[in-house]
Design a protein around this ligand. Structure first.
Ligand code: DON
Length: 309
């Protein structure tokens, strides 16, 4: 049985691998530009000991925007929904992930949702901790518990590379500071945000993070609750409505799995009632989503009938 799943995943990778040629590796963060654009890997975790996988599933990559779902969960645990949603909205934008336009055109001037960069920066600003180190350690511990991997940490080279080139994100933070959405030191927030984005995982870790969300916050042993089910529900709803940015509608129709992408090429999927999916394929489309990764999720969803709709 185990071999059957592995073989099926391999087959599906073969089917869609050609799509890696249609994408481009992100290079606006210089340290991401070296990724191999032909990579395509997947791991699936369903709560048993084995993580089914195919492709280069042990290759490590940074979470980038996938971290946004984790900081949102932590901020909700730190403060509750009332405070968090006084700083960030609940609506999709239809704009690219790094757009500034709705911050100005939408009143009151708060980011429309926590999955776009502006919203994620506003959420990261809320994470409790006396210093960037303390905040980061709290976030890392949360990710370690979700994935069951105590060795997870961040890639300092990727964090530095983004910090040095993140002027668009800086401008979002300055704009929000001027409008009272955030307070405090802009560089400190950028420091934390770029480190959170640089947290490094492989497909197996990501599948287990997806599983924790899929089981409404239960740890892998099912005995411990890492996240309140209500918070897991909020996070998964944002994954459906905004997780793939301005491709979320098409993705919901074609795949139908709550998912979140990152510009490193990762995608985490959380199938209700107990299946987590971790994908890595660094060749991206123009919206910043893994081209072949999305095709692979479409094939997996169709074969195992996983759409929630
Ligand atoms: O803030 C950024 O631009 C990156 N650290 C993360 C963006 C990202 O992953 C968008 N996702 N597809």
């Amino acid at each position: 049985m185990l071999c059957q799943y592995k073989n099926e995943l391999k087959e599906m990778i073969e089917e869609v691998k050609g799509f890696t040629n249609q994408g481009k590796v992100a290079d606006y963060i210089p340290a991401l530009a070296d990724a191999n654009s032909s990579t395509l890997a997947v791991a699936i975790f369903n709560g048993n000991d084995t993580c089914f996988s195919a492709g280069q599933s042990n290759e490590r990559f940074t979470l980038q925007s996938i971290s946004k779902v984790l900081t949102l969960a932590l901020a909700l645990m730190d403060h509750g929904g009332e405070l968090v949603f006084s700083k960030v909205g609940m609506e999709p934008t239809g704009d690219p992930f790094n757009s500034i336009i709705k911050l100005e055109s939408h009143a009151p001037s708060k980011p429309l949702n926590p999955m776009i960069n502006a919203g994620a920066l506003a959420v990261s600003h809320l994470i409790k901790g006396a210093s960037t180190e303390e905040k980061l350690e709290r976030l890392l511990n949360f990710v370690r518990r979700l994935s069951g991997n105590d060795s997870i940490t961040y890639n300092s080279e990727v964090a530095k590379s983004e910090f040095e080139t993140a002027d668009l994100n800086r401008s979002l933070v300055y704009f929000m500071k001027q409008h009272g959405v955030i307070t405090g030191n802009v560089e400190d927030l950028l420091d934390f945000y770029t480190k959170q984005c640089a947290i490094e995982v492989d497909c197996h870790d990501l599948a287990k993070i997806g599983y924790a969300l899929a089981t409404d916050g239960a740890a892998m042993n099912q005995e411990e609750e890492i996240m309140n089910p209500y918070i897991a529900r909020i996070v998964k709803t944002f994954m459906v409505t905004c997780g793939m940015y301005n491709a979320s509608g098409e993705f919901a129709i074609k795949v139908g799995i709550p998912a979140k992408s990152g510009v490193s090429g990762g995608i985490v999927g959380a199938v209700p009632n107990g299946m987590g999916i971790g994908i890595y394929g660094p060749a991206l489309d123009e919206k910043g989503n893994s081209v072949a990764g999305m095709k692979l999720l479409e094939a997996i969803s169709a074969r195992y009938r996983l759409s929630i709709f």
